[in-house]
Ligand binder design. Sequence first.
Ligand SMILES: [Mg+2]
Length: 185
Amino acid sequence: MLKKLIPDEYYNKIEDIPYNTLYANGIRLILTDLDNTLISYKEAEPTEALYAWKHKVEAMGFEIIIVSNSRKDRVEHFANLLQVPFVKFAKKPLLFGLKKALRIASRKYEAREIVVLGDQLMTDVFASKRLKLHTILLKAIDKKTEILPTKINRKLENFFLDKIERYHPRLYQQKLDLYVREKDV
Ligand SMILES: [Mg+2]
């Protein structure tokens, strides 16, 4: 189980992801978390930076689908403004939401064409790795405004981070060390 909590890559923010490399590696579909990955909980509308990101990655040839655990209308509101498809109440780390996203995608994608973006080990990373998808962990945009279920997940996350450090020290060093160091900054 521990290895399913280790992302393939970690970046501080979505703008830092090397999209050219992803594209060169055959990635075409981006399944992304919403809250604290694309925007903080306190935003009611997409930011200018988020619109710019969406236009950039779509122009490069990626399809974007938002997959959020939130059941709120907020997911729909953001997705509609950004004009991207969405799945809400995805229940990550269950696989149902990500699988639903694959069904509503514009075409059929192979697993090797898909990347999952998210800010949480226990939901985003775990679900993605269970489906054997390429997985990018991002630093949460604003941890102070996180809701209770997420705060509980963060406690679990810390528990498993310690285990990963102990049992897979090299992977921890390569994939998670920077995340841990930046996470509370
Ligand atoms: Mg999130």
